[in-house]
Design a protein around this ligand. Sequence first.
Ligand SMILES: [Zn+2]
Ligand SMILES: [Zn+2]
Length: 313
Amino acid sequence: MRGAETPVMHACGHDIHMAVWVAVARTMVGLRDQWSGTLMFVAQPAEEGGGGARSMIRDGLFTRFPKPDYGFALHVGPGPFGYVSYKPGVINSTSDGFAITFNGKGGHGSRPHTTIDPVMMAGHFIVDVQSVISREKDAARFGVVTIGSVQAGNAGNVIPDQATVRGTIRSYDNDTRLKMIAGLERTAKAVAMMAGAPEPDIGITEGAKAVVNDAALAERSGAVLKAAFGDKARLMAEPGSASEDYSEFVMAGVPSFYFGIGGLDPKYLAQAAANKTPVPGNHLPEFAPVPEPTIRTGAEAMSLVMLDVLQKK
Ligand SMILES: [Zn+2]
Ligand SMILES: [Zn+2]
């Protein structure tokens, strides 16, 4: 901006992931005489939003190279460093994006009767779509619709021609996902009909699917983590609501174990809990995993679960 350097970051901890990745590769090569099999390291770009896993598969990841018998992945989060968390079955959410443009008819703010106000439509939609969550979706199933962007007009006294809302849809299972998408489309059309406006333009961008851990592998790898980390290996009760395109590798037929590691100082977390101050999670500018213990834990955990399935026969 204005020629000055503007710091930007994704702040998801992917620097930690790649450092762990290198550390695991070094460890496994160092221990080469203690395991048998073939290890494949996948350095995937564009984990979030960019469709990196899908691109790699389309590019022949599992045809140019053998498809692995097992897959392993990890992600850092705002838990205490030194801790690992895991879960069989669904571990994080399906994520779809949407953009809906309400087509109205612009005019002067003093003469609304000569217009079809798209801002009103967007307003109705933003509120009404939440009843898809509260009244249509099974309350026992996880599902979220969030609108993070609303764009319309640029003057306070002018009714614009169009209003666009953008958001994200999260769920753990495909039925809930389809139900939410259908409800969202129906709500958008109904809002436009109510205003006597033409049909809205509805765009749904399919994103990452939920990562589903293989039950048998998760049990086996979970036991390895439990043995190594004791109380610091936690079985998650619920999946997380973040998304991850590692799911593409699972859907391509690689039984997998995807787990989490903490990255924040336990002392800091205890202090934050005592003071009731919020802890910065992934993507917040203050999210700063402590490198050494976090990388060490990630590398240890990953090497151990790999060594377990690569035992010499
Ligand atoms: Zn991220
Ligand atoms: Zn990430």
